[in-house]
Design a protein around this ligand. Structure first.
Ligand SMILES: Nc1nc2c(ncn2[C@@H]2O[C@H](COP(=O)(O)OP(=O)(O)OP(=O)(O)O)[C@@H](O)[C@H]2O)c(=O)[nH]1
Ligand SMILES: C[S@@+](CC[C@H](N)C(=O)[O-])C[C@H]1O[C@@H](n2cnc3c(N)ncnc32)[C@H](O)[C@@H]1O
Ligand code: SF4
Ligand code: SF4
Length: 343
C-alpha cells in the first residue's frame, strides 16, 4: 500500500482534477484529432457503464482527493446515458464541480436537461465561425448546430462558457481576431490552443505549429493584451486582459494554452480514465493501467484506490517522458489519437 494519501507522483505533484472519457466515438472528424475515415469504435460492453463510472468517481472523490470532474471523449454528447451519468455522480457529490468538454453538435436540444441533471459548466471546441473553414477543419458541415448548442448552453446557465480553438497555419490562423471579437461580444471565454502531436494521421510538424507567441502577435495587431491579475493556479490556459486599441476599454479576456512551447507539466494536476477504464497518468503516457478489469474481477474500493495510486505514482515528468519536448528526438507520439485518449 503506498504510504501517501491521494494521487501523488514521484515528482511531488498531486492529481485532484479527474478527466473521464465517456466514449471514444465522435460525430466530427477534426483534422488535428481523427482520420477522415476509419478508426474502429470500442464495442459497448468495453465502455465503462454508468454504475462503473459512478463508482470510480466515488472512490476518486472520497478516497483519493479528487476535487473536480471533467467529462470528455470522443464526444460525450454521443454517449446515450450522458444525463443518467451526470445525475448519478451529482447525487453522490452535491458540491463537486462537474464540467464537460464538447463539440456541441446536438447540444441545443439537451443543454437544459444536462444542467438540470447537475452539470456545472461546459467548454466547447470551436475553431472557426466561418462555415467553410469550420467544415474543412472538422470535415463536417455542422457549424449552425454548434452555434445553436453554444447559445442553448449559455441560456441553460452552463457558465462560464469557454471556447477552445486550435489554430492551424493557413487554415484558420488569420481568423483568430475575428473569432476573438465574436467570443467577446457574446461573453464567452475563448482560448487558443497549440496543436499537439495527437492526431490519428500523425501529420503534426513542429514547423507548421502556430505557437502561443505567434498567436499573441496575431491578436495584438487588433487588440491590446495585458496580464490578467487572477492566479493561474495550475490551469493550462494563460489568461490575458483584452483592451480596445482605440479606447483602452476592457473588452474581456482571452486564454492561450501553450502545451508545446510553454508547457505546464510541472504543475499538472490531472488524472485520466479512458472510456474503457484505463488510467492514463499523462496525456502522452505509453503505459496504461487497466482499472476496469480489476473492478469487473470483483476488486473492492480499497484495492481499486491502491491500483489508481500506483498508476499515478509512476506518472511521467512531462509529455510522457522524463522531460518536456513534444518536438524532442526521443518523443514518441502515442498510438491513440486525442479522441481515443479523452482530451
Ligand atoms: N498538455 C496538456 N494539454 C491538455 C491536457 N488536457 C487538455 N489539454 C489541452 O487543453 C485544452 C483545453 O482543455 P479543456 O478540456 O477545455 O479543459 P481545461 O482548459 O483544462 O479546463 P478549464 O479551463 O478548467 O475549463 C484541450 O483542448 C487540450 O488541447 C493535458 O492533460 N495536458
Ligand atoms: C479530444 S476533444 C474531446 C471533447 C470534444 N469532442 C471536443 O472536441 O471538445 C477535447 C479537446 O481536445 C482538443 N484537441 C484534439 N486534438 C488536439 C490536438 N492534436 N492538439 C491540441 N488539442 C487537441 C480539442 O480541440 C478539444 O478542445
Ligand atoms: S476534437 Fe473532439 S470533436 Fe474533434 S474529432 Fe476530436 S473528439 Fe471529435
Ligand atoms: S502532458 Fe502530461 S504532464 Fe504535461 S500537462 Fe499534460 S498530462 Fe500533465
Amino acid at each position: 500500500m503506498p504510504e501517501h494519501e491521494g494521487l501523488l507522483d514521484r515528482f511531488g505533484r498531486r492529481a485532484t482534477d479527474l478527466r473521464i472519457s465517456l466514449i471514444d466515438k465522435c460525430n466530427l472528424r477534426c483534422t488535428y484529432c481523427m482520420p477522415a475515415d476509419g478508426l474502429a469504435w470500442l464495442p459497448k460492453n468495453r465502455l465503462m457503464s454508468p454504475e462503473e463510472i459512478r463508482r470510480l468517481v466515488r472512490i476518486g472523490v472520497r478516497e483519493l482527493g479528487v476535487r473536480e470532474l471533467r467529462l470528455t471523449g470522443g464526444e460525450p454528447l454521443v454517449r446515450a446515458e450522458l444525463v443518467e451519468i451526470i445525475a448519478a455522480v451529482r447525487s453522490d457529490h452535491p458540491d463537486l464541480p462537474i464540467s464537460m468538454t464538447t463539440n456541441a453538435v446536438g447540444l441545443a436540444s439537451r443543454a437544459k436537461a444536462l444542467a438540470e441533471a447537475g452539470l456545472s459548466r461546459i467548454n466547447v471546441s470551436l475553431d472557426s465561425i466561418h462555415q467553410e473553414t469550420f467544415a474543412e477543419l472538422t470535415r463536417r458541415d455542422f457549424l449552425d448546430q454548434v452555434l445553436a448548442g453554444i447559445e442553448a448552453a449559455a441560456a441553460a446557465g452552463l457558465t462560464p462558457l469557454k471556447l477552445n480553438a486550435v489554430l492551424m497555419r493557413g487554415l484558420n490562423d488569420h481568423q483568430a481576431p475575428d473569432l476573438l471579437h465574436w467570443a467577446l461580444e457574446h461573453g464567452y471565454e475563448l482560448r487558443f490552443i497549440e496543436q499537439m502531436p495527437l492526431d490519428a494521421d500523425h501529420i503534426w510538424r513542429r514547423e507548421k505549429l502556430v505557437t502561443a507567441a505567434q498567436t499573441r502577435e496575431l491578436l495584438s495587431e487588433h487588440v491590446e493584451l495585458g496580464p490578467d491579475p487572477r492566479n493561474r493556479d495550475g490551469a493550462p490556459a494563460e489568461r490575458f486582459t483584452v483592451r480596445s486599441r482605440e479606447t483602452g476599454e476592457v473588452l474581456g479576456t482571452v486564454g492561450i494554452i501553450a502545451s508545446v512551447t510553454e508547457p505546464f507539466c510541472s504543475d499538472c494536476r490531472r488524472t485520466r480514465i479512458t472510456a474503457e477504464g484505463k488510467i492514463m497518468s499523462c496525456l502522452f503516457s505509453r503505459e496504461e493501467f487497466d482499472l476496469l478489469s480489476h473492478l469487473r474481477a470483483g476488486a473492492d474500493d480499497a484495492e481499486l484506490a491502491l491500483r489508481w495510486q500506483e498508476a499515478m505514482w509512476v506518472k511521467p515528468k512531462a509529455h510522457g517522458m522524463g522531460h518536456v519536448g513534444l518536438d524532442a528526438p526521443d518523443f514518441v507520439q502515442p498510438d491513440r489519437s486525442m479522441s481515443a485518449i479523452g482530451g
